[in-house]
Design a binder for this molecule. Structure first.
Ligand code: SF4
Length: 319
């Protein structure tokens, strides 16, 4: 769709997902999606457990809850590693600049963003619940607006679409040429993000529009900084299918009076099926894209809603 230049997002990646030999059991992980992703993003790898001095191989550590505080403990050696992990995580995260997201290793007591076993106490064998590892919790605390995921959750096509959309959008904002101090660049940026912003938050789309409309000559930096602040917070939550339905209805308005009645009926019946979650989103988005191409609607063709990230990263069932 149109001409697409994608910036390279910068993501923090659990080192073991980068096939580095840092796992507690020395195992090397090969993750096909991570390998593909690395062609389009820059990574900063980190292994919090080796950073706090643990060796490879090492005795596993356990995450547990004590008086509402999460702690990590190496059962075999009896060493509590919580303070060391807190200190390392804060130092490492406080020094990060220009990061667009985090891709962490699922289920790990340190990195796990989901599915980590949380034990009742340090000696218990029974699980209280599942949740986030200690390092991941500190990431979430320090970067509440940034996309954070683990490789297990990214097996879900919708979660993956959201994660990729968010990291590429944040990188695009970060890479916007700010030197020219030209409001036109920000207007162009806003224009191509219109339907993606509408998808995530109508309210923020309007707020951003008002910031641009309120621009006064010579005050580009202030306008940009207000814009960035809201833009960076837009992609917090994955939008549901009803929000896609709403955006696609708006897009449909561009060609509803140009297509044949039979095409209309077909498109609208697909929209109904989409609303009821009977068909995948891509089935309708592809038809809408086709109409944009057929009627040479350059405005729609340039919309980030249609191409939020490189198509090579689109979900494939062969992964
Ligand atoms: S999950 Fe995190 S702490 Fe564990 S080996 Fe991988 S990078 Fe290191």
């Amino acid at each position: 769709m149109g001409e697409n230049h994608f910036p390279r997002p910068v993501i923090v990646l659990s080192a073991c997902l980068n096939s580095e030999p840092v796992r507690y059991n020395g195992e090397i992980i090969k993750n096909a999606f991570v390998e593909k992703l690395k062609n389009f993003v820059d990574v900063i790898t980190v292994c919090p457990e080796t950073e706090i001095g643990l060796s490879v191989p090492r005795d596993p550590i356990k995450l547990y809850l004590e008086k509402n505080t999460y702690r990590i403990y190496q059962t075999k050696t009896g060493i509590d590693l919580t303070e060391k992990m807190d200190r390392f995580s804060s130092e490492f995260l406080n020094h990060l600049k220009g990061v667009d997201g985090f891709l962490l290793k699922g289920k790990s007591p340190s990195c796990g963003f989901s599915g980590t076993k949380i034990y009742r106490d340090k000696n218990a064998n029974d699980i209280l619940k599942r949740g986030m590892g200690l390092f991941a919790q500190i990431v979430k605390e320090k970067f509440p607006d940034k996309p954070i995921e683990d490789e297990l959750r990214l097996k879900n096509p919708e979660i993956r679409h959201h994660f990729l959309t968010a990291i590429f959008a944040l990188a695009d904002m970060r890479n916007l040429d700010k030197n020219g101090k030209a409001i036109t660049k920000l207007i162009d940026f806003h224009t191509k993000y219109k339907y993606l912003l509408m998808l995530y938050s109508q309210k923020k789309l309007h707020q951003l529009g008002r910031i641009i409309a309120g621009y006064k000559k010579g005050r580009f930096e202030q306008t940009l900084s207000e814009y960035e602040k809201i833009f960076y917070s837009v992609f917090e939550r994955k939008p549901g299918i009803k929000k896609h339905y709403n955006v696609l209805q708006h897009i449909y308005g561009y060609f509803s009076n140009k297509i044949q009645p039979s095409e209309k009926r077909h498109f609208l019946s697909l929209m109904e099926k989409l609303k009821n979650e009977q068909i995948p989103l891509s089935a309708v988005v592809e038809i809408a894209k086709n109409f944009a191409l057929r009627f040479e609607n350059f405005y729609l063709m340039s919309q980030k809603y249609f191409s939020p990230y490189p198509e090579q990263l689109e979900f494939s069932t062969s992964e």
